[in-house]
Design a protein around this ligand. Structure first.
Ligand code: NAD
Length: 557
């Protein structure tokens, strides 16, 4: 690790402004976004090329990173670069409307799709873990997940607490790239949050970026601060330094039960993501190198303890849910029979949004000028003024969310809205109202782009949880539609063997050609969400398909 210190500082360049370093804005967008993924304010461990989510990387190694950058700089407007698990492997002549980059990350033949096989291939330099937006170059820091997290807590508040988290305490763990959004989302929903985190530098990063209010290393102090804020109906977030596997039983022993309980440690990755009970980060890092098998064994046993304590808190009244890190599966494999007694967040709070093709849509100002994003905010407040929930979100985001790296915004747009917004943005680039093109993309965690039976497709109405044809069709249709880059990944947020998913990114460069591509891709992409859920029999998706004229051949008339 030492040898790599400061490599990122040498190699990662934050390109902004209107001058091109490539042969076109599509290539320039890919170049600026891989750099942005590794920007020190954005990535969790840029010197190791790790962007977020355990070991989710932007490129396989620094040699591959250099080669990707070199190819993007020479890539013609009618060529396509192919990237295999973070390594550039081919450039082919295609055509102007084709994607400039096609990416496949961490895919293994199903019978071999486990961590052992992956780690062996990773060690031999043949693979990397792409997570979701790490290896597909559209990660924008914790701001990229914060609305999804807010939507989850807001829906939970509607279902359990009359619409607000005011006067409630949420207990969670993990303040990494994604988990770091939790304290801000809870306080936005009016509540108090205690977030346990074993790595103090992560706590400090969240305080620095205004996602977290305060910190303590004392459980008593955390409880005292939280209960006082709860009594006064104040929103407050507290980072509690320590190991969740030790602290949950400890909090229980002190008689503390939260109102809401979840977890976002990187439990999906037992080797690199979860620090075993009783260990500091440094001790865990050392054990991972000296005895990886023992590290995995200890992490899994600790996760089982963690989930057992969650179940006790649930039995004592905490509204408990899994936040997409597969911790229930690990606990179940470790013999915790009731591990799946609490639901995943998608079936509990998010699925109706997916039925309407709604999901975490995002856009980034390639100019690097925050003014460009503020202008797009104005457009939403003006053009989508009938959507009060959305406008409220945009106002709140402007006030509370710090930009990280290139200025960007996230909001949950659905079918129809995405294409309309894309056209408006392209027009603003064409007219010069925005200083440079805008990149439009989304998380892979979206309505029609994932097969993940413990997360996005948990408990599907027709039992099709494990069917993974859908993300593949999503990637194919977005590629033929002319997305600027398209990716197909395996593993993502729940780990090897548990998900397949696809991403897409498209550039609004103000050209007529881009307008046509945007219309196509921003229709097919959320359209796949409606199709997938209508096919599974969700009434809301079927109604949405009929209302919006989505052509589904075998949908009953
Ligand atoms: P990350 O690896 O950047 O952060 C994980 C954090 O957990 C780290 O800061 C680590 O120090 C901390 N941690 C590990 N073990 C701990 C322990 N025993 N006690 C306390 N803290 C501990 O990952 P991330 O990007 O924040 O993602 C977290 C998890 O959430 C992943 O499994 C990811 O796949 C999942 N995820 C969920 C969603 C969602 O919307 N629900 C979205 C993305 C990711």
């Amino acid at each position: 690790l030492k040898a790599h210190t400061n490599v990122a500082a040498e190699k990662v360049v934050s390109y902004t402004g209107t001058e091109l370093h490539t042969k076109g804005w599509q290539q320039e967008a890919a170049l600026r976004m891989i750099m942005n993924n590794l920007h020190p304010d954005v990535a969790e461990h840029p010197d190791r090329l790790v962007v977020y989510g355990g070991i989710g990387k932007a490129a396989r190694n620094w040699e591959a990173f250099d080669a990707i950058v070199a190819v993007l700089k020479r890539l013609e407007n009618d060529e396509t670069l192919l990237v295999q698990s973070g390594k550039p492997v081919a450039v082919f002549r295609t055509h102007l409307d084709a994607p400039r980059v096609l990416i496949a990350n961490s895919n293994l033949v199903p019978a071999y799709a486990d961590w052992e096989t992956f780690h062996e291939l990773d060690r031999r330099g043949l693979m990397m873990y792409g997570q979701m937006t790490a290896g597909s170059w559209i990660y924008i820091g914790s701001q990229g997940i914060v609305q999804g997290t807010y939507e989850t807590f807001a829906e939970l508040a509607r279902q359990h607490f009359g619409g607000s988290l005011k006067g409630t305490i949420t207990l969670t763990a993990g303040l990494g790239g994604m988990g770091g959004a939790q304290p801000l989302a809870v306080t936005m929903a009016g509540g108090v949050c205690i977030a346990i985190e074993v790595d103090e530098s992560r706590i400090d990063k969240r305080i620095r970026t205004r996602y977290l209010d305060t910190k303590t290393a004392s459980a008593d102090e955390a409880i005292r601060l939280a209960e006082e804020a709860k009594r006064n109906g104040k929103a407050l977030s507290i980072g509690l330094l320590g190991n969740a596997s030790d602290l949950l039983p400890d909090l229980l022993a002190r008689g503390f039960v939260p109102d809401v309980l979840t977890d976002q440690t990187s439990a999906h990755d037992p080797l690199n993501g979860y620090v075993p009970a009783g260990m500091t980060v440094e001790e865990a890092l050392a054990l991972r190198v000296s005895d990886p098998e023992l590290a995995v064994e200890k992490a899994k046993a600790s996760m089982a303890c963690h989930v057992r304590a969650m179940l006790v808190m649930k039995d004592k009244g905490a509204v408990t849910f899994d936040y997409g890190n597969n911790i229930r599966q690990v606990a179940k494999d470790e013999g915790v029979g009731r591990a799946f007694d609490f639901p995943g967040f998608v079936p509990a709070y998010i699925r109706p949004q997916f039925c309407e093709g709604r999901g975490p849509f995002r856009w980034v100002a390639l100019s690097g000028d925050p003014e460009d994003i503020l202008k797009t905010d104005e457009v939403i407040l003006r053009e989508f003024s009938d959507n009060a929930h959305l406008c409220n979100w945009i106002r709140m985001a402007r006030e509370k969310i710090e930009f990280q790296g290139l200025p960007s915004r996230i909001c949950w747009f659905g079918y129809g809205e995405r294409a309309r917004f894309g056209k408006i943005i392209n027009g603003m680039v064409a007219s010069g109202e925005l200083k440079a093109p805008i990149v439009i993309g989304r998380d892979h965690l979206d309505s029609g782009s994932v097969a993940s039976p413990n997360r996005e497709t948990e408990a599907m109405k027709d039992g099709s949880d494990v069917v993974s044809d859908w993300p593949i069709l999503n990637a194919l249709i977005n590629a033929v539609g002319g997305a600027t880059w398209v990716s197909v990944h395996h593993g993502g947020g729940v780990g090897m063997g548990y998900s397949q998913h696809a991403g897409m990114v498209i550039v609004a460069d103000g050209s007529k050609e881009a307008e046509v591509r945007l219309e196509r891709v921003l229709t097919t992409d959320p359209g796949m969400g409606i199709v997938r859920h209508a096919d599974a029999g969700y009434e809301l998706a079927i109604r949405t398909a009929r209302d919006k004229g989505v052509d589904i051949p075998m949908l009953e008339k």
